[in-house]
Design a protein around this ligand. Structure first.
Ligand code: PXL
Length: 280
């Protein structure tokens, strides 16, 4: 019998289209050689064109799923995606606080890439208060970063990305990776910050098409790399490269968005050497 691969526990919602959510996490973690444990926070009804409905789990069910597998197996990283309710956030916050040495990747999902809303102000406040200080890294896109950084009272303010990162770091997470796909720049520029400022910046060629599940892929890939024992900065680079290649190999199975191919490397044809990165 062989030794188990690194194990990553993902808290996420089901996306029946297989593009985002827990399905994205499973494919990514498996594609990067990890064993995925999955704790469902919600079910969605959606296809590649949009979300039709969401059923949020009872917080006790979330806690029971997690406690059961955590008592059975050692976990090397946590990944947190769509949360569903304040009660679920409280349950997850309490559980992960029992494992302070396990890195936590928090993807603060506020909406799908197509704009379907997944979080209200109460959920945002609960995430900030209960989860940010336990997160090793949070991975907002630039829109989420600005929204998460602003309180209700100062929503007239417009923050630049560095200011947004500084505010988010003040809530207690160790690192913030702000994803730049929504910014009006020729390349996609993703910047990693810690309290001392910018840690690394990576630029990636923009790919044609609109993708469903790129954020879940990236955050899971960071968790997989951390679970393998890599540093934060190296994990962030490795995960971006993996994600860019999944997008490059992406496919359009339905009438809506493209889906990343998390098993691009298992194709017969070798992927091209060019990684698409121009930053460092
Ligand atoms: O990409 C964020 C996300 C997370 N979880 C689920 C989703 C999405 C985006 O559509 O559907 C279930």
């Amino acid at each position: 019998m062989s030794l188990p691969p690194p194990i990553v526990l993902s808290f996420a919602a089901s996306d029946p289209s297989g593009g985002a959510g827990v399905q994205a996490d499973i494919l990514t973690l498996a594609g990067m050689g990890c064993h995925p444990l999955t704790v469902l926070t919600a079910l969605t009804v959606q296809d590649t064109t949009g979300v039709e409905d969401i059923f949020v789990m009872d917080a006790e069910w979330v806690a029971d799923q997690a406690r059961t597998v955590l008592q059975d197996m050692p976990v090397q990283a946590f990944k947190i995606g769509m949360l569903g309710s304040v009660e679920i956030i409280a349950a997850i916050a309490e559980i992960i606080s029992d494992y302070p040495d396990i890195p936590v990747v928090l993807d603060p999902v506020l909406a799908s890439g197509r704009g379907d809303t997944f979080a209200n102000e109460e959920i945002i406040a609960a995430m900030r208060e209960m989860l940010f200080h336990q997160a090793t890294i949070i991975t907002p896109n630039s829109i989420e970063a600005r929204r998460l950084a602003l309180d209700d009272e100062d929503d007239q303010e417009i923050l630049n990305l560095k200011q947004s990162a500084d505010r988010l770091l003040q809530w207690g997470c160790s690192y913030v990776l702000i994803k730049g796909a929504h910014e009006n720049t020729p390349k996609v520029v993703n910047i990693l910050y810690d309290v001392n400022g910018m840690v690394r910046s990576d630029s990636w060629q923009r790919l044609p098409g609109s993708f469903h599940g790129s954020g879940c892929t990236l955050s899971s890939a960071i968790a997989a790399s951390l679970a393998r024992g890599m540093s934060i900065a190296d994990s962030v680079y490795e995960a971006q490269e993996f994600t860019w290649l999944t997008l490059k190999a992406g496919f359009r199975p339905g009438m809506g968005q493209h889906i990343p191919d998390r098993f691009f490397w298992a194709e017969d044809e070798k992927p091209e050497e060019d990684s698409g990165s121009t930053g460092g």
